[in-house]
Design a protein around this ligand. Structure first.
Ligand code: HEC
Length: 399
């Protein structure tokens, strides 16, 4: 699903911008969409336009060889509705921004796999019945019994950095934790015998298990605070009719959809209850949602004023955590110094602002820093800068 995805080191795709006609995909797509209208003008052949991430396996990809679970569910639904499918590709690591700029900008009719939670962009987005769950799972060699957290005592467990499992296990000293940055790294640690169990993002673990590890491992999905989410097909709020038609089609597709889970190795069995967090810590998404909501009533009066001058740090934090955090760390907490943005002041002093603007506008493509010009407005980036000012380390400190 969108907001919980780990990013990869990809530079941005020009598919974000339909104006970039040099992107062949867009040319093909517009021809495809236009053709039926010219040919027949008939409503019933109007394609179902799906928004999808071109590089988000096991859920979606633009490679015909590996289309992905959500893409194939979308295709099955369209077939059931008697409509052809077209795609609008957009990287999902932009989170809510992706939804805003695709689904809510009428670039597509449906988006498969949005998190079914009350505060996810409702009421702008409406949902189908649930189609899947996504969450963290326990990966281990088959036969290991893990029915509760007690079964992890004395074991070595890989957890993803800043994830709910990391928060959960942090409270248990008798479980030896190893922090990994991605599900891939967790699977590797498991395979190299460095850990007994990997407590990682289950859909990706399942896909890797299937494609890279010959289905060698069992994956037990877990349920508990911030461990599991239901996902559904999202529509813009004025698409109630389409949503109802999709809901009517879903029950007839159940066995086909179950088959697709198996095809992509995505766990589809009942999760084990893994307990609530003793001290619930907010997830990244929940935290930024909360701060955004909380800021609304209190700051709306002076917001425009502050925006015009120095930028709005709260809005900047939302952008930062939605996008920049994938590489620079949630709330800019980052152990690798060369991408630790809390050191900007210390590093550049009076040139901090100039360096910021040059870097975010032009990027450093050869080093893996994308250019954000055209993706974020200068207003957004000004807000991000305002946010970064609030997290700078004391330039005189010695570490
Ligand atoms: C895909 C990973 C990635 C994303 C996403 C990303 N960055 Fe970066 N960024 C990098 C890397 C890698 C560097 C270090 C480049 C180098 O070594 O010079 C960098 C460097 C920077 C620097 C300069 C740091 C310095 O000390 O010179 C700034 C400022 C920056 N990024 C801001 C942002 C902002 C703002 C966003 C979100 C809009 C963002 N980045 C998103 C990868 C990323």
């Amino acid at each position: 699903m969108l907001i919980f995805r780990m990013a990869r080191n990809e530079t941005r795709s020009s598919s974000c911008d339909p104006g970039l006609l040099k992107n062949i995909r867009w040319l093909l797509l517009s021809v495809f969409i236009a053709a039926p209208a010219f040919a027949a003008g008939a409503d019933e052949v109007k394609p179902l336009r799906l928004c999808a991430d071109p590089t988000n396996m096991p859920f979606s990809s633009d490679s015909p060889a590996n289309q992905g679970l959500y893409l194939e569910i979308g295709q099955a639904v369209a077939r059931e509705l008697g409509r052809p499918v077209t795609y609008n590709w957009y990287k999902s690591y932009f989170g809510k921004r992706t939804v805003r700029e695709t689904l809510l900008s009428n670039r597509c009719d449906a988006m498969v796999g949005l998190p079914l939670v009350d505060d996810f962009m409702g009421p702008a987005v409406i949902f189908s019945k649930p189609i899947a769950t996504e969450g963290y799972g326990l990966v281990s060699l088959p036969g290991r019994k893990i029915a509760s957290i007690d079964d992890l005592r004395g074991l070595r467990v890989a957890v993803q950095y800043e994830s709910s499992p990391q928060n959960l296990l942090a409270l248990h000293d008798d479980i030896e934790k190893m922090t990994v940055l991605s599900p891939d790294e967790g699977m590797k640690a498991l395979d190299q015998g460095k850990v007994d169990v990997a407590f990682i993002w289950a859909p990706v673990a399942g896909w890797l298990n299937k494609t890279a590890y010959g289905d060698k491992y069992q994956i037990v999905p877990t349920e508990g605070d911030h461990l599991l989410w239901r996902t559904a097909i999202g529509f813009a709020k004025n698409s109630g009719e389409l949503r109802d038609a999709v809901n009517a089609a879903l029950p007839g597709l159940k066995s086909e959809i179950d088959g697709l889970f198996a095809k992509y190795g995505v766990p589809n069995v009942a999760p084990i209850k893994f307990g609530a967090l003793d001290k619930p810590k907010m997830t990244l998404a929940a935290a930024s949602d909360q701060s955004a909501t909380a800021s609304r009533p209190s700051t709306s009066d002076n917001r425009s004023e502050r925006k015009a001058s120095a930028g709005d740090a709260k809005e900047g934090r939302e952008v930062f955590n939605g996008t920049c955090a994938h590489c620079h760390g949630p709330d800019a907490i980052q152990a690798e110094r060369h991408i630790d943005l809390r050191l900007l002041k210390k590093r550049y002093g009076d040139n901090m602002q100039a360096t910021f603007w040059k870097t975010v506008h032009e990027g450093r493509p050869s080093k893996g820093m994308p250019s954000w010009k055209g993706i974020f407005s200068d207003e957004d980036l000004k807000n991000v800068y305002a946010y970064l000012l609030t997290v700078q380390q004391d330039p005189n400190s010695t570490n």
